[in-house]
Design a protein around this ligand. Structure first.
Ligand SMILES: N[C@@H](CCC(=O)N[C@@H](CS)C(=O)NCC(=O)O)C(=O)O
Length: 252
């Protein structure tokens, strides 16, 4: 029976699970649930994940949700997954668990809140919330600083000084990729001071090519759409201003 992945590619943990399967040649059927259309609220999906969140998987009779648990399960259940993704060595594995646990209460808390409240809220029928966005940015920036000074220490290009990526690299980098959709200058302000983080994102992309860009295409498309909308709004505002000026009576 083929593995089923319930996912929305706009969701960062969904992308991590899909990329992991593609990179490791794990066959799967992707069942797309559009969160913006509340497709994850169906009674069928509630049977798979009572918390109604993506990603979730069904492997035969076995159902599982929570992306980190899914990544661990896939790494152990499917033969042919290279050891560096989730090493058999207990000490190495425990260190990866440590990063994954840290991720949820730090980087994810900051990044998800910042992107939702600064950018994505209207697409989900919510109002933007500048105060919540500022709080998210504070946690995000502190997390980026900690990634650079703690997790990216060492000789390797990946977390924990490794020379090859693990499921933790994939999970954390997919989290950061959502910053693609925020305004370019805000993204530069947040990521700009963190050169090591930027290089690590690029290295993880390289290590999982071509699947990384293919699975993130949905974000690049949304980014282009938001940039176009911003451009059109600026042009419309300029037109209004210009039109107003032309109808003003001359003082001569
Ligand atoms: N801790 C969960 C987080 C899952 C999660 O937050 N999923 C979001 C998309 S990124 C979702 O399904 N949101 C819909 C909702 O909560 O209604 C994991 O790592 O899988």
């Amino acid at each position: 029976m083929t593995l089923k992945i319930y996912a929305d590619r706009m969701s960062q943990p969904s992308r991590a699970v899909i990329i992991f399967c593609k990179v490791n040649g794990i066959e799967f059927e992707e069942i797309k649930l559009d969160i913006a259309k509340r497709q994850h609220h169906s009674s069928e999906f509630k049977e798979i994940n009572p918390f109604r969140q993506v990603p979730a998987i069904v492997d035969g009779r076995f159902k599982l949700f929570e992306s980190h648990a899914i990544l661990r399960y896939l790494a152990c259940a499917f033969p042919g997954v290279a050891d560096h993704w989730y090493p058999a060595d207990l000490f190495k594995r425990a260190k990866i668990e440590s990063v994954l646990d840290w991720h949820h209460s730090n980087l994810r808390r900051g990044a998800a809140a910042y992107v939702l409240h600064s950018t994505l809220a209207p697409a989900l029928g919510l109002k933007k919330n500048p105060q919540a966005a500022a709080e998210g940015e504070k946690i995000l920036s502190a997390s980026l600083e900690q990634i650079e000074s703690i997790w990216l220490k060492g000789n390797g290009r990946f977390l924990l000084g490794s020379f090859k990526p693990s499921i933790a690299d994939l999970s954390l980098v997919c989290e950061l990729m959502q910053l693609e959709v925020v305004d370019e200058k805000d993204r530069d302000r947040i990521l700009g001071p963190h050169k090591k983080v930027k290089q690590w994102i690029e290295d993880t992309n390289q290590a999982t090519r071509p699947h990384f860009d293919e699975v993130h295409a949905v974000l690049f498309k949304l980014k282009a759409k938001l940039q176009l909308q911003k451009q059109q709004m600026l042009e419309a505002n300029n037109k209004i201003e210009y039109g107003t000026k032309t109808v003003l009576p001359s003082k001569m």
